[in-house]
Design a protein around this ligand. Sequence first.
Ligand SMILES: *[C@@H]1O[C@H](CO)[C@@H](O)[C@H](O)[C@H]1NC(C)=O
Ligand SMILES: *[C@@H]1O[C@H](CO)[C@@H](O)[C@H](O)[C@H]1NC(C)=O
Ligand SMILES: *[C@@H]1O[C@H](CO)[C@@H](O)[C@H](O)[C@H]1NC(C)=O
Length: 269
Amino acid sequence: MSVSSRMEETSLLCLLFLISLLSCSTNQARLTVSPSSSQLFKEDFVSLSCEEDDSSAGWTLRRNTSREQRTQCGDGWGKNYGSSCNITHLYTWDSGVYWCESREGPISNMVNLTVTGGSVILQSPVLPVMEGDDVTLLCKTKTTPSNLPAAFYKDGSLIRKQPTGHMTIQHVSRSDEGLYKCDISGHGESPSSWITVTGKPTTTVMPFTSGPTPSPNLPFLQIAFRVVLHLVVFCPYFICTLLVVSLFRHRAKGNDLCASNLATQPEQG
Ligand SMILES: *[C@@H]1O[C@H](CO)[C@@H](O)[C@H](O)[C@H]1NC(C)=O
Ligand SMILES: *[C@@H]1O[C@H](CO)[C@@H](O)[C@H](O)[C@H]1NC(C)=O
Ligand SMILES: *[C@@H]1O[C@H](CO)[C@@H](O)[C@H](O)[C@H]1NC(C)=O
C-alpha cells in the first residue's frame, strides 16, 4: 500500500515538475512595433510591446542608442503602459536597437528603429521576413499624403522604379536579404534599413541540427538557452521513468495486489 501510494506521489511530482519546466521553456517574449516600420519621422508616435506567453514574467523594454546603453522604457524616454511602451514625440536620437528582457535572462527578438529628420522614409518590415512570403516596401514623404513615384535600391544599386511608391518582392528568398533604401525625386533619399530573411520554422527540437541554414538572427544565447532547457526537461523525464519502473518492479516482487490497489486508490483520494 505505502509503496503504491509513494509511486503515485513520485509520478505526480514528476509530472508537476515537467509541466512547470515546459511552461518555463515556452515563456518567450516577442517585441512588436506599431506602426510596423523600421523607419520613422522625427516627431512621430510609436508604440512598442513585449508580447509574452506568461504575463507574470515581468519583461522590460530596453534599448541601445548612440547616446546611452541598456536604458529601459520610462528611464528618460518613453512611457510605460503595462507591457507596452509609447514614445509620443520621437527624436533622431531615439534611433537604435530595442529589445525586451526579463530578470531571468532570456531576451526577445531585437528591432532596429531609425528616426530621421529628413523628409523620406522607407517603410520596411521590422521583424525578419519568412522565406517564401511577399514583402511590400513603401516609400513615403512626410508632407505628401498620396504616394509618389519612387526608386528602390538594394545594397547601393537601383533595383526598381515604381510609379506608385511601393514595391512588392514576391516569394522572398535568402538572396533578397540586404540593405534597402528609396528615393523620391524632389524630396530626397530615405535612410537605409537591413531586411532579414529567415528560413521556414522547423518542428525539430534541436536547433543545431535543424538544417543547413541556421537562422542568423537568433542570438546564440537564445539557442543555448533552448538547448539547455530541452536537456533539463528531458533528463528528469528519463530519471522519473526509471524511478517509476524500478518502484513498480520492486512492488511487483513483494505482493501481487497491484491491480486491486490501483483500482481502490482513486476512491481513497
Ligand atoms: C499606447 O499606444 C497604444 C498603441 O497605439 C494605444 O493603444 C494606447 O492607448 C497608448 N497608450 C497611451 C496611454 O497613450
Ligand atoms: C547594448 O549595449 C551593451 C553595452 O555596450 C552591449 O553589451 C550589448 O550587447 C548591446 N546590445 C545590443 C542588442 O546591441
Ligand atoms: C541593426 O543595425 C545594425 C547596424 O546597421 C546591424 O549591424 C544589426 O545587424 C541590425 N540588427 C537587426 C536585428 O536588424
